[in-house]
Write a protein that binds this ligand. Structure first.
Ligand code: PCA
Length: 215
């Protein structure tokens, strides 16, 4: 049975949980439209995150990858459209690395588009009553690093693997310690992920990918 790979990150930045992992781990073993869903934990570390992703991809040979990460300021499920070839960290990662103005992949294109149907996914989420939208920047920390690295893997070695990234709000118990930050219950994120996976398996690529990479 073909696989859909979901990834979530370990906690970072002083948090004790990361809702991305708390959500995706609940879908490990789920079957959706003839696909097996696998969930893997990714370290919040430049470099090592891509090593872990490479191992997960080699193990599961996914038809599609939806990587998920926490974004404190987001108020909705946020489908990223663009990954940029830039590591520019405001805070150290979990191994103490803080790259500034470095490429994710030396010699790679400036950016890649997601290869999942992000507009259809956002529309399906909203139709289901779950706040969702598109984003044109995944930042320049480990989430963008993973997203770009996954797109680069698709470009150079795995053209059959469709790739996307979803940023999610803090969990309510995290937001309670950051007054003013929006939040979303992990159960609602899980419900959203079910819809996102179902939609990506029933919808073709976005037209944006026809534009290719952003050189
Ligand atoms: N969010 C961070 C990295 C890990 C995560 O969950 C980010 O947005 O880059």
């Amino acid at each position: 049975m073909p696989t859909v790979l979901l990834t979530g990150f370990e906690p970072f930045g002083g948090e004790t949980v990361n809702p991305s992992w708390e959500a995706v781990r609940q879908l490990d073993g789920w079957e959706c439209r003839g696909h097996h869903v696998a969930a893997k934990l990714i370290p919040c570390v430049f470099g090592a995150s891509l090593d872990a992703l490479g191992r997960a991809v080699a193990e599961t040979d996914p038809a599609a990858l939806l990587a998920v990460g926490q974004a404190q300021s987001r108020a909705e499920l946020s489908l990223e459209r663009v990954a940029v070839n830039l590591d520019d960290a405001r805070i150290p990662d979990n191994a103490g690395n803080r790259p500034v103005d470095m490429p994710v992949a030396a010699g790679g294109p400036a950016a890649y588009f997601a290869s999942l149907p992000v507009k259809a996914m956002a529309a399906a989420l909203r139709d289901a009553g779950i706040p969702a939208g598109l984003s044109h920047s995944a930042g320049s920390f480990v989430c963008n690093h993973l997203f770009y690295g996954a797109c680069h893997l698709r470009a150079v070695r795995r053209p059959a693997m469709r790739v996307g990234f979803l940023h999610i709000p803090l969990a309510p118990e995290q937001a309670a310690r950051h007054p003013g930050s929006p939040s979303m219950a992990v159960e609602q994120v899980v419900a959203g992920l079910r819809i996102a996976v179902d939609t990506l398996l029933t919808t073709g690529e976005d037209r944006q990918e026809a534009a290719g990479t952003l050189e």
